[in-house]
Design a protein around this ligand. Structure first.
Ligand code: ADP
Ligand code: ASP
Ligand code: MG
Length: 452
């Protein structure tokens, strides 16, 4: 049995859902049971819901309610195109109830002018809660016994609203209680991704792009044979197709390579997706829902036996470099600890770190607490900040064993001013920090050298 996760574009409109239905039908015919289906919100809906929240916060009630009305119409139209009869009546009643509730929330927020992260999650979760109901009904209408499962009863998380972490034991128990009995009864459970709830029932979300993570959590929890991530590209590509026009498909990746690519910006996988798969050693496939017969990318524990050079590259924009220089000339014992304590205090992750005798440079992409961080660091160091930086990361298991590959990466970038260069202990990536304006040029050079 497999878990199949479908992203926003794979449930964007009735035709996309019809393709999804045939993919599910084929998996069921192949495996004789399942699959378990995890879906994102219809494409663009999470952004629209967050806009609604922002408008309510700014007391722009009319704009917010106009958005809610458009979302209601889009979901009702989907339902009518994909279901019929009594189930359609039940589905439209659910959709209407959900949007009536959202309307009430918007009005209340506009009065209170106070949108907390907890409220934001209640609003953001509507997208996946509705798309999953629609897909479950559409499957049933197409003769496949789809059954909606409330993700808030299946994925139990911490109370870090807007970026909640799943609680392993509780979630496994919940998935076994809600999802497995349906599979055993020959049904196809359908859950919304991205969404969970705390143990006491408050709605949470796993962070933007988190439906992939949900797919992997469900896969690990129910002991799936494989986790399939269905999206709008052929698989993991050698570079971001929005920057490199014709990247190649990467046929195989190790878990470690996939985790580094996702972490360093390959949007096709949410950065946490691989962890549950690693724990249970479950292969992950990334597949194109428009071309279901494509081979996609297979991610497993073992490195690609046929691999040469690099596996792929990834990039992140909008980074800030913080240079921290010890005011006592030398980096005294304890200096680094004090530096990282500041980042920890403000719960701000650093991506890349380089050090010299007297200074340390770090990159951050979450600028929310930057001013406070700089102020705290300034108590014991000189601090300077540079924005509009980017990170370019070349990933490949072979970097560990073939030093010539790292040399090629650096030499092909010789005409690009590099701000930081780093190779972490895993030695599976070479990461450079450069001006954002130089990123496209650097990516083209690197891509041409290794995949041209
Ligand atoms: P979904 O809605 O299916 O989760 P996403 O938009 O989150 O889809 O992720 C797929 C997108 O990731 C692709 O359309 C592509 O633009 C982008 N992307 C960035 N880097 C890569 C990469 N290395 N390989 C494949 N896709 C990538
Ligand atoms: N719908 C959510 C988002 O847009 C989660 C996802 O699609 O993975 O971030
Ligand atoms: Mg995604």
């Amino acid at each position: 049995m497999v878990v199949q996760k479908f992203g926003g574009t794979s449930v964007a409109d009735p035709d996309a859902v019809r393709r999804l239905i045939e993919i599910v039908r084929a998996a069921r015919a192949r495996d004789g049971r399942g699959p378990v289906v995890v879906v994102s919100a219809l494409s663009g809906v999470t952004d629209a819901l967050l806009t609604v929240a922002a408008e309510a916060d700014a007391a722009r009630v009319d704009e917010a309610l106009a958005h809610v009305a458009r979302l209601r119409d889009r979901h009702l139209a989907m339902a009518r195109a994909l279901a019929g009869g009594e189930p359609l009546a039940a589905l439209t009643a659910h959709i209407d109830a959900q949007f009536d509730e959202l309307t009430a929330v918007v009005r209340a927020l506009a009065v209170l002018r106070e949108v907390s992260p907890r409220t934001l999650d209640v609003i953001a979760a509507v997208g996946e809660l509705l798309s999953s109901r629609i897909v479950a009904a559409a499957l049933a209408h197409a003769g496949i016994p789809g059954e909606w499962v409330d993700a808030r009863r299946a994925i139990i998380t911490s109370d870090d609203y807007t970026r909640a972490a799943p609680l392993g034991r509780e979630t496994t128990a919940a998935l076994r209680a809600t999802v497995l009995p349906l599979v055993d009864a020959g049904r196809v459970p359908v859950l919304g991704g991205f969404v969970g709830a705390t143990a006491d029932g408050h709605t949470t979300t796993l962070g933007r792009g988190g439906s992939d993570y949900s797919g992997a959590i469900v896969g690990a929890g129910v002991g799936a044979a494989e986790i399939h991530i269905w999206t709008d590209v052929d698989g993991m590509l050698t570079a971001d197709p929005r920057i490199i026009p014709a990247p190649r498909l990467v046929p195989r990746l190790s878990f470690a390579e996939a985790a580094e690519l996702a972490y360093f910006g390959a949007k096709v996988l949410h950065p946490s997706t691989i962890h549950p798969a690693v724990e249970r050693n479950i292969p992950v496939r990334i597949l194109n829902a428009r071309k279901p017969d494509g081979a996609g990318t297979l991610v497993t524990a073992e490195p690609d036996p046929d691999g040469t050079g690099l596996a792929a590259m990834a990039a992140k924009r909008d980074l800030t470099v913080v240079d921290i220089t010890s005011s006592r000339m030398l980096m005294a014992y304890g200096f680094l600890r004090r530096v990282f304590e500041v980042f920890e205090r403000y719960r701000t992750a650093v991506d890349v770190v380089t050090t010299s005798e007297v200074s340390v440079s770090v990159t951050v992409d979450d600028r929310r607490h930057l001013d406070a961080i700089v102020e705290a660091l300034s108590e014991f160091a000189e601090v300077s900040v540079e924005g509009e930086m980017a990170l370019l990361c070349a990933v490949g298991d072979r970097l560990r064993t073939e030093p010539a590959i790292a040399a090629r990466v650096v030499s092909v970038l010789e005409e690009v001013p590099l701000r930081m260069i780093s190779q972490a202990a895993s030695r599976r990536n070479i990461t450079v920090i450069l001006r954002q304006a130089d990123l496209p040029q650097a990516m083209h050079r690197l891509h041409e050298e290794f995949f041209g």
